[in-house]
Design a protein around this ligand. Structure first.
Ligand code: FMN
Length: 205
């Protein structure tokens, strides 16, 4: 099977992309509006784009409106990416409902928040890892209002029992990812494999 991207609709391309770029981590993003309303929403078009300074990218689409997450980040210059633990999946999914602007998903769904240390957007108390980000730049793509928002991580919060000597224990983190369609994946088997030797003596692990 070969599929050319020519003359494909946005929906067809979305299905191919989200079935091929798998599994995707989920950024559960908390933001705050300039009126002080807290917003939470998940984004799986998400990755990091720089190690130092550490920078994260979320790609926010547009349906018929600019999503609250993008608007809030552009208004207040910050966001928090909360890692979704498997037992938080239903709550994470519930925050993706199109709540009207000005209605807080976190208040409606009773999601417990904690203040961040360096940014105004609060963080989700029960997430095992929170990354406080200062908005760095916006890159627009395509013809349908796809907004990639990049933020610099300025503070990490990691559950004490997950943190060991600079590393985050993957076995106990229990993150979830998204695959094609409305389908999610847990980590499954963790398979250690040493990286081949790199010239210069530094082996990323
Ligand atoms: C697991 C999951 C991943 C999602 N990933 C994205 C994404 O990468 N980009 C996007 O624009 N919307 C994504 N959505 C949809 C948004 O979460 C949804 O449009 C939400 O209502 C946006 O909220 P907001 O208007 O409060 O920002 C995703 C939804 C789910 C459940």
């Amino acid at each position: 099977m070969q599929i050319s991207t020519e003359n494909k609709s946005t929906q067809e391309l979305y299905k191919l992309l989200t079935g091929s770029v798998v599994p995707r981590p989920i950024a559960w993003v908390t933001t705050i509006s300039s009126d002080g309303v807290c917003n939470a929403a998940p984004f799986s078009a998400y990755t990091f784009v720089c190690n130092n300074p550490p920078m994260l990218l979320i790609n926010v689409g547009r349906v018929d409106r600019q999503k609250d997450t993008a608007r809030n980040i552009l208004e207040t210059g910050c966001f928090v990416v909360n890692v979704v633990r498997q037992d938080q999946m239903k709550l994470m999914n519930a925050t993706s409902a199109p709540y009207p602007q000005g209605v807080s998903e976190t208040s409606e769904l009773g999601i417990e928040l904690l203040p961040s240390t360096l940014v105004a957007a609060p963080r989700i108390a029960k997430s095992p890892v929170n990354m406080e980000c200062r908005f760095e730049r916006l890159i627009d793509f395509g013809t349908e209002g796809s907004q990639s928002l990049i933020g610099e991580v300025v503070m990490w919060h990691i559950d004490d029992d997950l943190y060991d000597n600079g590393k985050i224990n993957q076995e106990h983190l229990h993150p979830v990812g998204r695959v094609g369609g409305a389908v999610y994946a847990s980590l499954g088997e963790l398979i250690p494999m040493d990286a081949p030797y790199l010239p210069g003596g530094w082996t990323p692990r």
